[in-house]
Design a protein around this ligand. Structure first.
Ligand SMILES: [Zn+2]
Length: 75
């Protein structure tokens, strides 16, 4: 992804949930109320920035991604 794409405010999460974890603060899609951010970053209610990455089959925010990684070690 180029910097130009990332900075285009019309591109928001590509139609997917930002984070695939149901119940996560960032389990939001483009058009949902309160959504800020686009591409692979978003802004939480407390104003902190979140990034996301692919973990296994799902796109997860950084917090859920860390929990996912911990679960991989436990199992
Ligand atoms: Zn999450």
């Amino acid at each position: 992804m180029s910097t130009t794409d990332r900075m285009n405010p019309s591109v928001l999460f590509g139609g997917d949930y930002f984070c695939a974890t149901s119940g996560c603060e960032l389990h939001v899609r483009e058009g949902d109320s309160g959504v800020q951010g686009h591409g692979n970053w978003a802004v939480r209610a407390d104003g902190s920035f979140a990034s996301r990455s692919r973990y296994g089959e799902a796109m997860l925010c950084d917090v859920c991604g860390r929990q996912w990684l911990l679960r991989q070690r436990v199992s």
